[in-house]
Write a protein that binds this ligand. Structure first.
Ligand code: ATP
Ligand code: MG
Length: 262
């Protein structure tokens, strides 16, 4: 079981979109995936058409050890979605006062049976608040979605120094598993420039595959589903399928199974 955080301290870069669509693409390859919505904005939950009624348990109850993943999971497209709620914003204020507050997620995940899932994806909010810190403390690796624009590079450096800090303090094994360009257009000069800069900074950590700008991706989350279910032939669905293959290849799985079935 691998814990993967989707992190970028910059907002609106495609963290939630990547978490949802990569999870759906991996589930369609037969992987057992759970996604945790750790953002009070709850975009990952609403992207799958899930709302939590007042008083109903949600991801908070997993964080504080009151509910298991199975108790909370809402099944969508073969993925176990652990939803969030706006109430998480209030809970954050209260949790900020607790000792060990940055390790709540790690403690909760330590109690999950290693065989339950292949991947547990954690979507995080766009600042270094309590939930992002919990993701950085608990993850085996983080995926960093990045827009191919000038200001992204400053964001990458900030995240990089944050990761170094977490490696020193709370999670010595934390790795940047991948940087992926989202809404990338290779025809646009600045997009290509940023791609080159990120490649020279991160080397192989930058995925070869990128996600193109695609309106179906936006429409899909409005319709409460992944882009793969919304329109399996659109560029967004194609890009996410290819991204899932590269993700699996980097995890050493895709290649292995191909050899086995050959
Ligand atoms: N490849 C794409 N093409 C077009 N639009 C996209 C693409 N990827 C994401 N978007 C859109 O960009 C917006 C921001 O994406 P998303 O919510 O995933 O970012 P985020 O990093 O999770 O934001 P936040 O920091 O607020 O959590 C959304 O409206 C989403 O639908
Ligand atoms: Mg988001």
């Amino acid at each position: 079981m691998k814990i993967v955080g989707f992190c970028n301290l910059k907002g609106g870069v495609g963290k939630t979109t990547m978490c949802q669509n990569l999870a759906a693409a991996l589930a369609s390859l037969g992987r057992r995936v759970a996604v945790l919505d750790l953002d009070p904005q709850s975009n990952l939950s609403s992207g799958w058409g899930i709302t939590v009624d007042e008083g109903e348990p949600y991801v908070y109850d997993f964080l504080v050890g009151d509910s298991s993943l199975q108790d909370l999971a809402v099944r969508r497209e073969g993925v176990d979605v652990i939803p969030s709620s706006l109430d998480l914003a209030v809970a954050e204020l209260q949790l900020e006062r607790e000792p060990g507050r940055d390790s709540l997620l790690k403690a909760a995940l330590d109690g999950v049976d290693e065989d339950s899932y292949d991947y547990i994806f954690c979507d995080s909010p766009p600042q270094l608040g309590l939930f992002t810190r919990n993701v950085l403390a608990a993850a085996d690796e983080i995926m960093v979605p990045l827009e191919s624009e000038f200001y992204s590079l400053a964001g990458v450096r900030l995240l990089d120094s944050t990761v170094k800090l977490f490696k020193k303090r709370l999670n010595k094994d934390l790795a940047v598993g991948g940087v992926v360009l989202t809404r990338h257009n290779p025809k646009v000069v600045i997009n290509r420039d940023v791609q080159r800069e990120v490649a020279s900074y991160y080397g192989d950590v930058l995925f070869r595959r990128y996600v193109r700008q695609n309106v179906s991706i936006v429409e899909a989350s409005g319709a409460g589903m992944s882009v793969l279910s919304y329109d399996k032939n659109c560029n967004g669905a194609k890009d996410y399928r290819l991204l899932a293959e590269e993700f699996e290849e980097r995890q050493g799985r895709y290649g292995k199974e191909k050899t086995q079935s050959a």
